[in-house]
Write a protein that binds this ligand. Sequence first.
Ligand SMILES: Cc1cc2nc3c(=O)[nH]c(=O)nc-3n(C[C@H](O)[C@H](O)[C@H](O)COP(=O)(O)OP(=O)(O)OC[C@H]3O[C@@H](n4cnc5c(N)ncnc54)[C@H](O)[C@@H]3O)c2cc1C
Length: 685
Amino acid sequence: MGARDAVSGQKAWRKGCVTRGSLGRPSRRSGCRCALVDHPTKVAIPCSSSSNQAHSTTRRRRRIHRRLSSPRTASTEVASSTTSVVSRFLGNQDKDLVKGYRIASNYWEGMKKGQPAGYKPVVSQVPNERAPAEASNGAGPDYDVVVCGGNLGIAIALALQNRGHRVLIVERRLLRGRTQEWNASRKECMNLVRAGLLTLEELEDVIISEFNPNRVTFKGGEDVWVSDILNVGVAPDDLVETLKQRFLRNGGKIRELCEFRSATIYDDMAVIKVKDKGAGRGSGAEEVLLDMYDVNKPNAVPTTTTATDASLEGATASDTITCSLVVDCMGHFSPIVKQLRKGAKPESIVLVVGGCVTQGVPKFTTSDILASFTDAERDMQFFWETFPAKEGTTMYMFTYCDADESRVSFEKFLESFLNYLPSYCRERLEAGQEIGIEMSEEDVRAIQADGDEFLDNLKFNRLLFGAFPSYKQCPLNSPFDRLVLVGDSSAVQSPLSFGGFGAMLRHVGRLDEAIHEAIEGSHLKASDLKLVQPYMPGLGTAWLFQKAMGFEPSQMGYDAGYCIPQRKEWTRAHVNRVLKANFAAMKTMEKTVLLSFLQDTILFWPLTRTMFAMTFVDPIAILRVVYLLGPRTLAQWFVHYIMLGLYTLCDFVFGRFRSQTSNFHVRRYMDAWRYGSGADFFEEH
Ligand SMILES: Cc1cc2nc3c(=O)[nH]c(=O)nc-3n(C[C@H](O)[C@H](O)[C@H](O)COP(=O)(O)OP(=O)(O)OC[C@H]3O[C@@H](n4cnc5c(N)ncnc54)[C@H](O)[C@@H]3O)c2cc1C
């Protein structure tokens, strides 16, 4: 009997349950595709000739295509009534989920209209002056570091505390991680142990699901299965709580329900103004106005019970706090970021919808890192991600676009997600079958339904919405002394994967050391701190890939009736075609080429070889990329590409001498070469 794609029972989701065991059982199926796996002995997937693979993929795609064309499953372009699909679905969901949907929807419409442009300056610098005596009480600063924003902020706060610094965290809600898993690679998670934030046992406790193999697939192409990439689910609530308790035990201070308002930078310290939103908690508590942060982290919003329980954790309750260094970890929508970006509209957006499905779809035990099974429509190519989760299956649909007013509403986007979900589930299950994973009867039943029946059966316990902004200027630096940005606010995460947690895992050791050395050596001028979040050509290069995986507004040539002219028909299949060529090229090379790319690391030589190979695999697709991106964007990209080469060379020549110098600036340049060229990928791999 073949392995089953369903693992039941809570316990099975703890570490070690994984699909390895089940996949390891021999399958009677023949003719399935070759799998690119790290541990063929653990994942015994029968391989066949490549012609068989292609056959099987094509057959499956044809079946799915027929279903998509059938009147029962409406694509977005032919959907009869958005309102009925979305409202029918929302009618079956929890009221908090519906509230979150409305907030996200309003937020997205506001962003498209350019409303985030309404910002007010919150940071200022008074050059050549010391802080007024009443702020500092004539003594030194209250803290060495104040971390504003305590989601990923708790990680950097604890790391700096471990180095002996006095650290305060200011968090305007409760310091809690969200309940929806963060997906990352186990190897990256080990950085939390290396940075001294968790013990190995604690890491095992916060990893609540683990799965292999993981698939990448594009319409009309072959499935590529890899192992150990984005293969664990970390519970953010458990992780943040573990870090928080350690931080408090070691004497760290946290001010929850306390909002950062402003910072004034003087020669000798920064003076921060905060507003304690927790004062008069309980009956007199200020009403909480929910926003995008809260949509995806509702458990951090105080209720009457939690608000009364929340404490200032021992920090003084003054509205003025002084420190040597301010760390902005307030995420994408940080008031400091708005000021630094002058309220500019994001140049690019990753629009995401999805979450943890508890009913109505199969309980998948393998993941999709990147999947597409439809053509582009309305200037959007939809991509899918699936991750086994503790309480069900996490499924996201996302697209790369911008915040132009012509872009779809959240309602339309959610509608597309709901319409395509049954077909996607079928496609996934069939792909799983082809590598020997069998469906349970329950799973088969779940995907047989379509339309209303499917919608009525569908239950999410968390539905998340995201419009992740990205800008060409990344990472973002502060022009002010004594201020550094960390986490999403710094835009150091890949614009391709929007994995800010993954980025923190990658950079936490580097940041911890760099910030520590900056404080120790009083390198707190803006020009010094710029080196803590230096230019990284890998990020600039990835930015263009994001552009190549989407369309500019109206680029597909739709008219008012959503008809696409004959001469632009090719745009429908374009993104899939480019990605197929890209992955076909990478598959011919050594495994690290593919694995580094999937782990958000762009490396110079693999990139060069891949681009070269792609021109042979599908030259027409490449010419079309050039045509769609235009000379200006390509020229900008080329600069990053050349810099990537230079950084690779510098790291190769000088990187080995890093341990021999204690010069702050030299070490930061060496870090920039290492991380900017992606050479850090080879550490511990
Ligand atoms: C749907 C979805 C799925 C995702 N999946 C993944 C994944 O699988 N893997 C991954 O790596 N990443 C994932 N991410 C991204 C990840 O969640 C973010 O990158 C991460 O949360 C960023 O953390 P942060 O602390 O930098 O910012 P945020 O999480 O935005 O936290 C900012 C904090 O600052 C606080 N704050 C804001 N303003 C103030 C103020 N004025 N004063 C004090 N505090 C303030 C907020 O309350 C909040 O706690 C996902 C995100 C979403 C939305």
